[in-house]
Design a protein around this ligand. Structure first.
Ligand SMILES: Cc1cc2nc3c(=O)[nH]c(=O)nc-3n(C[C@H](O)[C@H](O)[C@H](O)COP(=O)(O)OP(=O)(O)OC[C@H]3O[C@@H](n4cnc5c(N)ncnc54)[C@H](O)[C@@H]3O)c2cc1C
Length: 456
């Protein structure tokens, strides 16, 4: 391969207390927590909006609650509160959520369905970041890091305003891909153990007709009613037991990696239908990603044809929106001081240094947290190994596939974000390394800011 020696450049620099790389699911909450604790906080986001996979990939936010409905006698508990719940409250004011709609069918998977309007989510989170005084850098790509010995000195960013260096006391990687940690020289793995996806919003459809179709085939796997188009008591989630659906539909759907689960907060709209594709290599490979982008868009076209043909009320369905680029379920997994094993999750273990509790597993009912309870995420699990000032939150922690199938979910990522942002701000204020921070002080701050810990 030919190479080119790029000339050295002088970069303009900016100084912050905390730099958060990635304004997605975890990053938004991270930056809010950090700025509200008084830290001058920069949030770097490659796209022109915030929210990440919450607004691009998922169907519902799993989960603010424990799995109480699957365990007779177990109490209903909202186990994630704080900033994540505040976002839902703001969405509610704007008519942008189904609310925490109780699952009537499929409550052995999740007790509630919390669906959101993705466009309102973008606006609400941008407004909240502005109100908190976060220095927001949209359309700005993190493309390198400056590190010395065991600390990150700066994040190199690129935008149409040029290439710059953002320096800070503490850094947090919420890129999902683990870009900042990788650029800084941290250890990571790339397991490539999930399909990538492009989730499409489908309009001109009818949830009631889809429901009837599923009932007719005895294929209703999940069902919840909540707020939709301003009315309460409307269907907001449906999931099919694919094995029960007509063979021709089922075979084609499997061929094109189409999932049969959808949610909605609007009439005549499925948000989303997921199309999956298993890449031969990790989604950090640009050339293979390019091929996958085209493949997924072809699959979307085939999916629309399938929906039009088989699902009543959907004859004029069309793709109303798609993800701007494919969604990953994980890219790099960063090595942290603690790697959450599956046993911790299933046994519902709790820790002296836990920063949140969580009660959902994406492989339920096969894998559930013991007795409908919760497990704790230890602060150690967010500290990037070998670095004194680098934290990570979101899908880029937890290497075990089955444990990750819990920790990677949106509401868990958001909770981790609140803890990481709070810890970083406290470290910056007292000029401490991430391992020097008193856990009691961190926990006290998290409790003050509405994080739920007790009653597990
Ligand atoms: C198809 C799909 C469906 C899913 N369904 C659900 C579901 O129904 N419910 C659920 O709870 N979970 C679901 N998940 C899982 C969940 O959505 C994700 O694991 C979680 O949202 C990840 O959050 P995150 O903050 O780690 O990453 P993200 O939300 O992806 O945020 C990362 C952000 O960093 C930005 N970024 C990345 N690299 C750079 C860079 N170099 N420079 C600047 N910015 C950068 C990205 O643009 C993005 O905004 C789904 C995931 C996928 C892929």
């Amino acid at each position: 391969m030919d190479t080119y020696q790029e000339p050295a450049k002088e970069l303009s620099t900016r100084d912050f207390d905390v730099v958060v790389a990635g304004g997605g699911t975890a990053g938004v909450v991270t930056a809010l927590a950090s700025a509200r604790r008084g830290a001058e906080t920069a949030l770097i986001e490659a796209k022109g909006y915030t929210g990440g996979l919450v607004v691009e990939g998922g169907t519902a936010l799993h989960s603010f609650y424990n799995l109480w409905k699957a365990f007779p006698g177990v109490k209903k508990r909202q186990v994630v509160k704080g900033i994540p719940q505040e976002i839902i409250d703001r969405l509610k004011e704007e008519g942008g959520t189904s609310g925490h709609a109780e699952m009537d069918v499929g409550y052995d998977y999740d007790s509630v369905c919390t669906a959101i309007d993705t466009e309102i989510y973008k606006l609400v989170t941008l407004e909240m970041l502005k109100e908190a005084g976060v220095h927001l850098f949209l359309n700005t790509f993190l493309c390198g890091a400056l590190s010395e010995e065991n600390s990150v000195q700066g994040a190199v960013v690129e935008s149409r305003s040029g290439r710059e260096l953002f320096r800070a006391h503490t850094f947090i990687d919420t890129t999902g891909y683990g870009d900042l940690a990788a650029y800084a020289g941290a250890d990571y793995e790339e397991p490539n153990d999930h399909p990538v996806a492009n989730s499409m919003g489908v309009a001109n459809v009818n949830l009631e007709e889809y429901h009837k179709f599923l009932e007719k085939h005895n294929a209703l796997r999940e069902y919840a009613e909540g707020f939709r188009s301003g009315e309460e008591g409307k269907i907001v989630r449906l999931h099919a037991n694919m094995d029960q659906l007509p063979e021709a539909f089922r075979t084609k759907a499997r061929e094109i990696g189409m999932a049969a689960v959808t949610t909605s907060v609007h009439d005549d709209y499925f948000m989303f239908i997921k199309l999956n594709y298993k890449m031969p290599v990790s989604p950090t490979d640009r050339d293979e990603v390019t091929k996958a982008e085209l493949k997924l868009r072809r699959q979307q076209k085939q999916a629309i044809e399938l929906i039009r043909e088989y699902i009543p009320g959907c004859k004029k369905a069309f793709v109303a929106r798609s993800s701007p680029s494919l969604c990953i379920r994980r890219g790099r997994v960063i090595n942290c001081d603690y790697d959450i094993p599956l046993d911790d999750v299933l046994e519902g273990r709790h820790f002296e240094d836990e920063i949140m509790v969580y009660g959902f597993h994406d492989l339920a009912p096969r894998l559930q947290i013991k007795d409908g309870g919760t497990y704790g995420i230890p602060y150690r699990a967010l500290r990037v190994q070998g670095f004194s000032n680098l934290l990570a939150a979101g899908m880029n922690i937890t290497s075990d596939f089955d444990a990750h199938m819990s920790t990677r979910n949106t509401v868990c990522c958001m909770g981790q974000g609140q803890a990481a942002g709070t810890a970083a701000a406290l470290c910056a204020r007292k000029n401490l390394g991430i391992r020097e921070l008193s856990f009691d002080k961190l926990k006290k701050a998290l409790i003050e800011d509405g994080v739920y810990f007790s009653d597990y």
